[in-house]
Design a protein around this ligand. Structure first.
Ligand code: BG6
Length: 522
């Protein structure tokens, strides 16, 4: 053994340290190896809420953490007539409100520009092409461009087509470098419209240019699901039907529909949260280990989960689904309106704001294990978590003393607001009497780390600039999730007792009691 290989610890030291230490990562190790290529980010729909609340604060935060390329340009486009100066002023307030350090704002906003656009006029896109070329003469972004569609869904197809006709989707020709398009959910409203949208985008953009964003995938603790499962040897052997009784995937919100009734009242919770975020959480929890940590390998495994989802027959829909709508109530001590009294919502709306859906993954690993997916607005708190409930022990040696029931082990992956992993197990309660108590080992995700943390939109934007599609949807996954949901939605929308099936729950509660009944059925 060379002196270089010789251990520096005694055996006992190594054992003791192995038990108790947590690695501390230096912030420098977490920064990018190299910044992304210079590029221009064009936001179509730049006068909307998403731009001011999420996209610009995310880009600005990347900028102050040296995560934006050098140079970069950001161009906002929307119908409103507005000057670049007015656009900059409009965006400053929301960035400030999101608590960011505004010291770098003046430098950041110097690269922000605005161009009014008419989404369905081909001429407008030619003007955009000229506008970009002119800006890029002074700020050389090598003609690399991202077109972010922050638009209502009905404009996606036209916009993709007209970008193509104006020569903006072509790569490496006519002054262009690379060209990418970012599409926000909803990806269609059913299977056919999703396929039609995809066909239209593909007429102008290749698959490697298309980024179907789902911000849940880019959340730190969602990315961590794969690390937890596949970078540890202890979980994989018990991650199956032999040990797991059922899985709960919960995305609860205390907020109501806010100012989005126009969109939400047509979509409801199944289209808004299930076809995308909930399905991603399910896939990450249920998938087989990919061979490589690489975009296609990971997406292939997710798609296998989607294709193994047990179809829900029309007559079984309500045996596997509880739908609800919030009525008036109290949230965080404040009285709030019911859904039907919200601005822009019909007084007799039958749109669901809550759903619990039981799904099964038909494969060797998960046969017979129910996955309960639950999401809703105006619930008791903001809470997103994946809860793995293990089976109870098969035989209790304590039954003469403690009775038969011993609580099961529970592994909780807390996504938000608390980012943590917690394992509940049984221990002896101190004292002379034999008693058990449930305790929890709890890991806080940011423990031992004080470097920059990327918010979901920051990570997604950065990956798009880097051309990495791992955390974006692939169309085959979208198609398969619609395949599961479409008949369910259809049945819910046409059934004659639709109004009776929609259970009202009090705002601030944890949803309709019928959801508990669905779980008790097992
Ligand atoms: C969006 C939905 O995709 O996700 C919203 O359209 C929902 O209705 C939001 O409120 C939840 O995201 P997050 O990150 O706050 O959990």
């Amino acid at each position: 053994m060379s002196s270089r290989d010789r251990p520096t610890h005694t055996t006992l030291e190594a054992i003791v340290e192995g038990h108790v230490t947590t690695d501390t990562i230096s912030p420098e190790d977490c920064l990018l190896e190299s910044p992304p290529d210079p590029c221009t980010i064009v936001i179509l729909g730049a006068s909307g809420d998403l731009t001011s609340r999420k996209l610009i604060p995310s880009l600005y935060n990347l900028f102050i953490n040296n995560g934006l390329p050098d140079p970069y340009l950001i161009v906002g486009c929307a119908r409103s007539e507005m000057s670049t100066d007015e656009f900059r002023v409009k965006l400053r307030g929301p960035a400030e409100e999101s608590g960011l350090d505004m010291k770098g704002w003046a430098e950041f906003e110097a690269r922000l520009h605005y161009l009014p656009i008419s989404y369905d006029s081909e001429g407008s896109y030619h003007e955009l092409a000229t506008f970009l070329r002119d800006l890029e003469k002074d700020v050389d972004t090598a003609g690399n461009r991202i077109f972010y569609l922050s638009l209502p869904m009905f404009l996606y197809k036209t916009t993709a087509q007209l970008l193509g006709r104006a020569g903006l989707s072509a790569e490496n020709e006519g002054g262009n470098g690379w060209s990418r398009i970012v599409v926000e959910k909803p990806y269609g409203s059913d299977r056919a419209s999703a396929a039609d949208l995809d066909r239209t985008i593909h007429e102008n953009f290749n698959e490697s240019q298309i980024f179907r964003i789902d911000h849940y995938m880019a959340k730190e603790t969602v990315q961590n699901i794969l690390m937890l499962r596949f970078a540890n040897a202890i979980f994989e052997p018990i991650w199956n039907r032999n040990y797991i009784d059922h899985v709960d995937i919960i995305a609860a919100e205390s907020l109501g529909v806010e100012k989005r009734a126009g969109y939400y009242d047509k979509s409801g919770v199944l289209r808004d949260m299930f076809q995308n975020h909930m399905m991603q959480l399910l896939a990450l929890t249920a998938m087989e280990p990919p061979n490589d940590f690489e975009s296609d390998a990971v997406n292939n495994e997710k798609v296998k989960v989607f294709s193994a989802l047990q179809p829900i027959a029309a007559e079984d829909v309500y045996g596997n689904l509880v739908l609800g709508q919030y009525g008036p109530g109290t949230v965080d001590g404040v009285k709030v309106r019911g859904y039907r009294e919200e601005e822009g919502v019909d007084a007799d709306s039958l749109t669901s704001t809550f759903a619990m859906m039981r799904v099964f993954v038909d494969n060797m690993r998960w046969q017979g294990v129910p996955f309960y997916l639950t999401s809703g607005k105006r619930l008791g708190a903001k809470l997103t978590e994946i809860v793995i409930k293990f089976r109870e022990i098969p035989h209790s040696m304590f039954r003469d003393i403690l009775g038969d029931h011993i609580s099961e082990n529970i592994l909780t992956l807390g996504i938000q607001p608390r980012e943590h992993i917690s394992l509940k197990f049984q221990t002896k309660s101190p004292g002379a009497k034999v008693r058990l108590r449930s305790v929890a080992m709890d890991f806080n995700y940011l423990q031992g780390y004080d470097g920059p943390v990327l918010d979901a939109y920051e990570k997604a934007l950065l990956d798009c600039m880097n051309g990495d599609q791992m955390l974006f949807w692939r169309q085959d996954g979208i198609d398969l999730t619609w395949k599961l949901l479409e008949p369910v939605l259809h049945e819910c929308e046409i059934c004659s007792d639709r109004a009776d099936r929609l259970k009202t729950y009090e705002a601030g509660s944890w949803g309709p009691v019928e959801a508990m009944e669905l779980k008790l059925k097992g």
